[in-house]
Design a protein around this ligand. Structure first.
Ligand SMILES: [Zn+2]
Length: 134
């Protein structure tokens, strides 16, 4: 895990997302998939957002994806990038791009998961992404 140079607020797990954060604390990236329609989704929900089935299961995500869109928060100190990353499994996830040259980000860029520590005590890390190959 790498520091981003800014304090990252701790997540607030709820009943639906607690398994995700428990796994994140162990460095595992879980997403949910519906066993009725087969679609994966993010963020974790009990009901599938595609077909409303409650037959969803946790699966281990590959942690790779591509940048779907992004913006740089230039006025923040230090500046940072917010992006939608389209995961290899299909879902789009609102996240941050870290360990990167903010001027060289582009749509379609390949990225990989990096769990980033949060500012609380004993709080789970949050999933962020960094470009593959720098
Ligand atoms: Zn479904």
């Amino acid at each position: 895990m790498q520091p981003t140079g800014r304090a990252v607020p701790a997540p607030h797990p709820d009943a639906e997302s607690q398994p995700f954060w428990d796994a994140a604390a162990q460095g595992r990236f879980l997403i949910k998939r519906c066993t009725s329609c087969g679609e994966a989704h993010w963020f974790p929900r009990t009901l599938c957002p595609f077909c409303w089935s409650d037959k969803t299961e946790w699966i281990e995500g590959s942690g790779t994806g591509t940048i779907y869109s992004w913006t740089v928060m230039h006025r923040a100190k230090p500046p940072y990038a917010v992006a939608y990353v389209e995961l290899a499994e299909g879902p789009r996830m609102l996240t941050n791009i870290v360990e990167c040259d903010l001027d060289r980000l582009h749509i379609g860029q390949q990225v990989e998961l990096v769990f980033t520590p949060t500012s609380g005590e004993d709080t789970p890390p949050v999933p962020m992404f960094r470009p593959i190959g720098g």
